[in-house]
Design a protein around this ligand. Structure first.
Ligand code: HC1
Ligand code: SF4
Length: 574
């Protein structure tokens, strides 16, 4: 440990701390902008500068290491003036149309301007012409909002190890963009949206589909169905001031009903259905010498990553569509039939924690008899905005239940899909009972829970030692696949999610300011909310969902039947 004083307060911290971390320990707040814990610690924006006794220049606290006896001042006139001039310079070249900006009130640049008391911006000089790239279905890049902080660049490079974004051009013309300034659509971008989550401003944002959904709701001839992903309930509350990790399932359902959806279902039903299809696909591959390891296919970011970077293992991917696509296909077939609805008049809206789902829903394969399985995908953030536009008093809503007709039941196994390891655990609960032909004593497969980079387990199921592994985030997925490819590891079944933490920390989830990320691991807090819901549900295994049983009995026949294949399975592209 070393001891130093910050603003005359003595503090002892580990010797590998930075001044910023030490100040945090002493409860002293230093402003930051480009800083993103463990991702972007580069001292580029100079917002966190402090006076270090004995040093000639002001130092960036986020990269300056502590040392014994060091004396720091964080709030002198010199420091305040320097921070303000720097911020004024950044603002002078920023598109300051805050009133119409999607990040109005959730923008870190805006909060900082307010905190530092910026009242006018003296530099009137030339401004860079902005470019907007909105060609993809998932992501919009708007350079007029970009402050070149590099948070997205290093997220894509270091967290995901994909490296789509970088600084292109020089000097005044510098931009953050894919190499050769191509569209995100033409880059090997998997649309995971982690760069959006990292962006402090609105330079990267999701493609907004809110108007499309309002239009469908307003059209009286259209039957509009909402379905909500497991992870949305664990984060939507943050848009309305709730603490990270607050579960708002009942209020979420109530708000969707107020918005005017004709039915509100849970993607968890689709997740239970996925387990039935995928579990039996696994059993079939194990028993009949099929391609192993089988790898999960519900995360569209991961699927794109696999198509771009590991085209040699597409046969290993489960052929199952993801739960919300299955759900859409069932709504437009089984549900429509039973209800006497014209499937052409049904509009399915998936509320997802994910930006890649927007592109997934547009894939040519994702249709039934020429009708899209899913017509629009909104992120959790977009739903938050819609609820605000609908002037719904979210905090004072009572809890409501999902609609119950035909597709309304879901199990704990479906809920935990939203956290890394959840799909694996859900599958094991079902596969175990099918193979053992008796109820499991303990359905909690805790070895695959948690945020460890790669999780492994071996489970003896009906005399077979089934070896499984779980990876989250493409960097870890790649590491795991390399180990499998070079023979270091052998598995029957692998779960891969494109984002670290799984869907709970998907690219469509509410923004968390970088400051907050110094204190909490969002992956852990939001996952807790899902495991909590799993615990309290009366049914926690997908194959015990009575509405799923009825769906097979009345319509699909059995798992992996011809009809199931037609509606619920897909294929991939090299
Ligand atoms: Fe996910 Fe899934 S769990 S992919 O992370 O399989 O997005 O939440 O909806 O489809 O169920 C996302 C979450 C989601 C699907 C399910
Ligand atoms: Fe990189 Fe994901 Fe952003 Fe694409 S969406 S640029 S892959 S972080």
């Amino acid at each position: 440990k070393v001891t130093l004083t910050i603003d005359n307060i003595k503090v002892s911290v580990p010797k590998d701390y930075t001044v910023l971390e030490a100040a945090k320990e002493a409860n002293i707040d230093i402003p930051t902008l480009c800083y993103l814990k463990e991702v972007n610690e580069v001292g580029a924006c100079r917002m966190c500068i402090v006076e270090v006794k004995g040093a000639r220049a002001l130092q960036a606290a986020c990269v300056h290491p502590v040392s014994d006896g060091m004396e720091i001042k964080t709030n002198t006139k010199k420091v305040r003036d320097a921070r303000r001039s720097t911020l004024e310079l950044i603002l002078s070249n920023h598109n300051r149309e805050c009133l119409t900006c999607v990040r109005n009130k959730s923008c870190e640049l805006q909060s900082l301007s307010e905190e530092l008391g910026i009242r006018d911006i003296p530099y009137g000089g030339a401004k860079v012409e902005g470019t907007i790239d909105s060609i993809s279905h998932s992501i919009v890049r708007d350079s007029s909002k970009c402050i070149l902080c590099g948070r997205c660049v290093n997220t894509c490079k270091k967290v995901q190890e994909i490296g789509v974004l970088d600084f292109v051009n020089r000097g005044f013309d510098t931009q953050v963009a894919p190499a050769f300034d191509v569209s995100m659509m033409d880059a090997p971008c998997i649309y995971c949206g982690q760069c959006i989550v990292a962006c402090p401003v609105a330079a990267l944002r999701e493609k907004d589909d809110i108007e499309k959904v309002w239009d469908a709701i307003s059209d009286e001839d259209t039957f509009v169905v909402a379905q909500t992903a497991p992870a949305v309930r664990a984060a939507l509350g943050e848009e309305f001031g709730y603490e990270i990790g607050t579960r708002v399932t009942g209020k979420m359902v109530a708000s969707l009903r107020r918005l005017g959806f004709d039915r509100v279902f849970d993607t968890n039903f689709g997740a239970d259905l996925t387990i039935m299809e995928e579990g039996h696909e696994l059993l079939d591959r194990i028993k009949n010498n099929g391609v192993l390891p089988m790898i999960t296919s519900c995360s569209p970011g991961w699927i794109r990553y696999c198509e771009f970077n590991h085209p040699d293992i597409l046969e290993n991917l489960s052929t199952c569509k993801s739960p919300h696509q299955m759900m859409g296909a069932i709504i437009k077939s089984y549900f429509a039939n039973k209800k006497g609805l014209n499937p052409k008049k049904i509009f399915v809206v998936s509320i997802m924690p994910c930006t890649s789902k927007k592109t997934e829903a547009m894939r040519a394969e994702m249709n039934v008899n020429g009708l899209r399985d899913v017509d629009a995908v909104l992120t959790t953030r977009e739903l938050g905005r819609m609820i605000k536009q609908g002037r719904i008093d979210f905090r004072n809503l009572g809890d409501e239940m999902f609609d119950q007709d035909l597709l309304g039941e879901y199990t704990g196994a479906g809920v935990i899909f939203g956290a890394t390891g959840g799909v694996m655990e859900a599958a094991l609960r079902t596969v175990a009972e099918v193979l053992e032909e008796k109820p499991l004593e303990d359905i909690n497969f805790t070895a695959v829970r948690g945020i460890e980079d790669i999780k492994e387990a071996q489970v003896n199921l009906g005399g077979i030692d089934v070896k499984v592994a779980v990876a989250h985030g493409t960097k870890m997925a790649d590491k795991l696949l390399q180990m499998v490819k070079n023979g270091e590891r052998e598995y029957h079944f692998i779960e891969i999610m494109g984002c670290s933490g799984g869907c709970v920390t998907g690219g469509g989830q509410p923004h968390v300011p970088a400051k907050k990320l110094m204190d909490v691991d969002v992956r852990v807090e939001r996952a807790k909310a899902l495991y909590e819901e799993d615990e309290i549900l009366p049914v926690r295994k997908s194959h015990e969902n009575t509405m799923i049983k009825k769906l097979y009995k009345d319509f699909l026949g059995h798992p992996n039947s011809h009809k199931a294949h037609e509606l619920l399975h897909t294929h991939y592209h090299k």
